[in-house]
Design a protein around this ligand. Structure first.
Ligand code: FES
Length: 234
């Protein structure tokens, strides 16, 4: 138990496990992409950054609250860096937002609006990745993945499956099943937890149209076309 100064207000903390929880307790809404209290803390997105009185910035989800701590959640510097992080994420992201299945409920899209990211100054130099449509229920689109690892931790820690993981390094880093397998070749049980936790459209539920295309593409499926009889109007 102790007290922290947050944006000039004295806030008491008790058993909050990180600074982010104390910030939320104070009613301050700072953006996050990779923090979920029910899975382990990963500290990947850095959007929850705050700064202390010395100007040291740190991810509030990954720092324990300490008695006497002073932090600022919304200084000009922090706002500028948060905006830059979203711009960099969008730079390496497929930008078909208007036709994306997640449009309207994508957290990255919402943050871009909220933080005023209207233009992207950086070029996306990555080659487009192939979609994984092998699963009967999910579509994995690596072009929309922001490497937050939310799906990896949900699959591993909540479901105990571990169908997804990190592969490669640096700009080649990806989230995918091990050994370059397709989702259908893993132990995935189609629970959809990865989709629930994915903040973007990198993992989506197959739509009815996707399922019809899958069925038509299967050479073992026999399709019988039915033509409705013409209706004569008297
Ligand atoms: Fe803290 Fe992503 S929410 S680093």
């Amino acid at each position: 138990m102790g007290y922290m100064m947050i944006d000039g207000r004295k806030i008491e903390f008790t058993d909050e496990k990180n600074v982010l929880s104390v910030i939320r307790k104070a009613g301050i809404n700072i953006p996050t992409l990779c923090y979920h209290s029910e899975v382990s803390t990963f500290g990947a997105c850095r959007l929850c950054m705050v700064e202390d009185e010395r100007g040291k910035m740190f991810a509030s989800c990954s720092e324990e609250p300490r008695d006497g701590m002073t932090i600022y959640t919304n200084s000009g510097r922090i706002k500028k860096y948060r905006k830059l992080i979203v711009e960099l994420l969008l730079a390496a992201h497929c930008r078909d937002c208007t036709t994306c299945v997640k449009s309207g409920e994508c957290i990255l899209q919402e943050l871009a609006h909220r933080l005023g990211v209207n233009t992207i100054r950086f070029e996306n130099t990555r080659e487009p990745y192939e979609l994984d449509t092998s699963s009967p229920s999910l579509v994995r689109d690596p072009n929309k993945c922001i490497l937050c690892g939310d799906c990896v931790r949900a699959c591993e820690e909540l479901q105990g499956i571990g169908a997804l993981g990190f592969a490669f390094r640096g700009t080649d880093a990806m989230v995918m099943p091990a050994f370059n397998k397709k989702i259908a070749q893993t132990d995935c049980v189609n629970c959809g937890q990865c989709r629930v936790y994915c903040p973007t459209g990198a993992i989506s539920i197959k739509t009815h149209t996707d399922l019809v295309w899958d069925a038509l593409a299967d050479p073992n499926v026999r399709v019988v076309a039915q033509i409705a009889p013409a209706v004569r109007v008297a």
